[in-house]
Design a protein around this ligand. Sequence first.
Ligand code: 5GP
Ligand code: ZN
Length: 109
Amino acid sequence: MNCIFCKIASKEIQSRIVYENERAMAFYDINPQSPIHILIIPKKHYENLFEVVDKEDSDAILDCIKRVVETLGIKHYRLVSNAGKGAGQEVFHLHLHFLAGKVFSAKTV
Ligand code: 5GP
Ligand code: ZN
């Protein structure tokens, strides 16, 4: 499968990794939309949150979020996951956008 995030997960393509565990990883987005913009992915290929995720994979994703917060000393953050073309998904490998480093408005979009 020609999936860019699978290649990032297998390290075939380089990324700036913030944290990784056995099943998930967090790395900086190549085109940041906020001062801190990190992507959190399961290493296993799932298209998006519509697909069933093994509990071990969802736990690994949650561990990544926690460790990113701890490692970078984050005080507040926003998590976004685009599921489907209509939601703006461009890379069809499940990922969470971890956005921080600024004050966000109370409106989500
Ligand atoms: P989506 O629109 O699918 O929710 O978000 C895809 C994200 O992946 C975008 O924010 C885009 O900048 C990021 N991205 C695409 N290709 C690469 C890449 O090769 N490396 C990294 N680090 N980020 C990427
Ligand atoms: Zn993939």
